[in-house]
Design a protein around this ligand. Structure first.
Ligand SMILES: Nc1ncnc2c1ncn2[C@@H]1O[C@H](COP(=O)(O)OP(=O)(O)OP(=O)(O)O)[C@@H](O)[C@H]1O
Length: 308
């Protein structure tokens, strides 16, 4: 288990993270979210042992994670990290990069393992291509596969699919995250993308103003986001009479106290996103058809399927 105890960290005098306490079980998937600059990458670097801690401690089971003051080489065998700098070897092939740290003593096993990982990241077609010839997204996939080569116990991922196109993203997420579950590898993912979280993370943790605001399951936080910052991670939303209401939860009714005037309609794929003026505030909601500007409407929170 990863155990973070009372971690506080600053770059020179600027405090970035304050009094963080949390745990991650073996095989568990934790997503770290928060606005740009809130300290997600810094936290991953601390967990990896890239910096020395002045306050607080980090343990993986009984091993304390220590920084460069204590370790000549940063990092531990049981932990791997994939950052935004992929740190690959450009002049050797994809399969050579992935197999680089696997023992040559068992060539058959090395070959099998490399092929298995190439399949997980769907790079079969470029297995023999030199890495310098790959796109950014392909390089990111090589970095992901390489991090899994010597099966770690815990994997730290910083925006792991940021360079990967939408065609590939969803199947890649499914492959990687189910591979980690299958092998009982814990993973901590810093992300801005709800699709990295919903359906995959066991727990998610929101960082804001240096502290952990909330840590819970994605389902609990989606259904009851508590704060606008949390809601904004998931979807477009409104705050009406102090209540957070997602755009898809607002609907047009015959009559209600919420009388509004349409400002504009945006085509949104399966429906339209309508912006309207409600008293002095702008509200946003989903609707099946385009609405003319200035149409007067009445809005209400949609009843859930259970009728609540
Ligand atoms: N090496 C450094 N030296 C000094 N300040 C730094 C350093 N690295 C990051 N910072 C600062 O620490 C804060 C947190 O940065 P960090 O990269 O951890 O945020 P983040 O949440 O990962 O952001 P993003 O989502 O944009 O990647 C920022 O204000 C950043 O400017």
């Amino acid at each position: 288990m990863l155990h973070v105890k009372n971690l506080t960290f600053s770059y020179s005098k600027k405090i970035i993270l304050k009094h963080l306490n949390f745990t991650v079980e073996k095989g568990e998937h934790l997503a770290i979210i928060g606005e740009s600059g809130c300290g997600k990458s810094t936290l991953l670097k601390l967990l990896y042992g890239e910096y020395d801690l002045k306050k607080g401690q980090i343990f993986w089971d009984d091993t304390e994670i220590l920084g460069p003051e204590h370790n000549l080489v940063v990092g531990y065998d049981f932990m791997k990290s994939v950052t935004q700098e992929f740190d690959l070897m450009p002049f050797i092939s994809v399969e050579e990069n992935i197999g680089k740290y696997l023992s040559n003593f068992y060539p058959e096993e090395k070959k099998k393992r490399t092929a298995e990982l190439i399949k997980v990241v769907e790079l079969e077609s470029v297995a023999k291509t030199k890495v310098k010839l790959l796109s950014g997204g392909q390089k990111q996939r090589v970095a992901l596969a390489r991090s899994l080569a010597k099966q770690p116990e815990i994997l730290l991922l910083d925006e792991p699919f940021s360079h990967i196109d939408n065609f590939k993203k969803q199947s890649l997420r499914r492959n990687i995250f189910s591979y980690l579950k299958e092998k009982n590898i814990a993973c901590i993912v810093a992300t801005h993308d709800k699709n990295d979280v919903l359906g995959f993370a066991d727990q998610m943790m929101l960082l804001d103003k240096k502290v952990i605001v909330v840590k819970d399951t994605p389902e609990t936080l989606y259904k009851d986001p508590k704060t606008p910052l949390m809601a904004s991670f998931f979807e477009e939303f409104n705050v009406i009479n102090d209540e957070i209401i997602y755009a898809h939860e607002l609907t047009i009714v015959q009559s209600s106290p919420l009388k509004a005037k349409v400002i504009t309609s945006y085509f949104n794929g399966r429906n339209y996103l309508i912006k309207a003026k409600l008293d002095s505030q702008d509200v946003i909601f989903e609707h099946d058809i385009h609405l003319e500007n200035n149409t007067e409407i009445y809005l209400s929170k949609r009843l859930s399927k259970a009728g609540k």
